[in-house]
Design a protein around this ligand. Sequence first.
Ligand SMILES: *Cc1c(COP(=O)(O)O)cnc(C)c1O
Length: 370
Amino acid sequence: MPKPSFTAFIDALPETIPFVGPEALERRSGTAFRARIGANESGFGPSPKVIAAIAEAAQQIWCYPDPENHDLKSALAAHLGIEADEVTVGEGIDGLLGLAVHLFISPGDVVVSSLGAYPTFNYHVAAFGGDLQLVPYAGTQEDPMALAAKARETNARIVYLANPDNPMGSYWPAEAINAFIQSVPETCLVILDEAYGETAPAGTLPAIDTTQSNLLRFRTFSKAYGMAGMRVGYAFGNTRLVNAFNRVRNHFGVNRLAQAAALAALADQDYLAATVSAIAEARDRIATIAQTNGLRALPSATNFVAVDCGRDGDYAALVLAELAQRGVFIRKPMTRGLDHHIRISAAPQAELDILAKTLPEALRAAYGAG
Ligand SMILES: *Cc1c(COP(=O)(O)O)cnc(C)c1O
């Protein structure tokens, strides 16, 4: 039977997807997770004012959303102390990363990131035929100066750095990030992914400078704001870079509820501050649980904690499988050298109680099997 043929380029793309969701795992196992602490979501949830704003916006759901995201962009610009045309809104950082790659990458162009860093970025690079060159972590941190050196050496079009980092939770102070930006060639776009900017210690985020002609910074409502299901994030930087998104973005992509919810979330900075404190307390509790079980928790600037399981990656995978059997969803880095860690989301007491109870059992089971 004749079939419509894909382009040769699409035919050659790998089938790999960046993440298997907890829902897919639940469908496979036929049981629901009791503790969902594996995807860096915030179990503390959004501000009650966000829920109210969503309920209200639902009345107008028959209307298309504002394709210019005007109110949200204006509020973000005021929040950041920049102009409205220096910020663009999209379907989470994930959606915006795809657009940024679309804007700058032709097949064969070099893109630099870290080996073991955020996989959705790599997925977009593959989709546009980029030649991805990966720089190893320096221990459990991304290595900014090595990334800049690789960008120079390969004449890269884009270099990607998350600060604070996922999956390790580590961070570099603003001075190190500025030094990195300054040593990347001006022809190379710097993508600074600040998904965890809100939970980072003071002095982590560089001062905002939208005159920098090759820098785009990405933030989201998915993590500290507790709205991962909403799919809304933003990128900001030089107007020339930001305006270009209008050529490729899905103009009605950020839905009406998302715009209203993000606006309400941004307006409730007290709730954000309270959540950030709750996240810090939950990180401490995770570290204590790890320690009680003879494991080491890495310091974290994010809403999750990487815990060293003390043996190799296979053993850590076994620990995760045993936890999953006990209804606990956790993920881990897959890259060698990082893969003996598991990555546990900061969460409310009830979920961490389940972790405290199941972790020793899972470790015992994995130790026996490993
Ligand atoms: C969670 C995460 C994202 C995804 O953010 P969304 O706005 O939900 O798409 C992007 N980058 C990093 C480093 C993340 O950890």
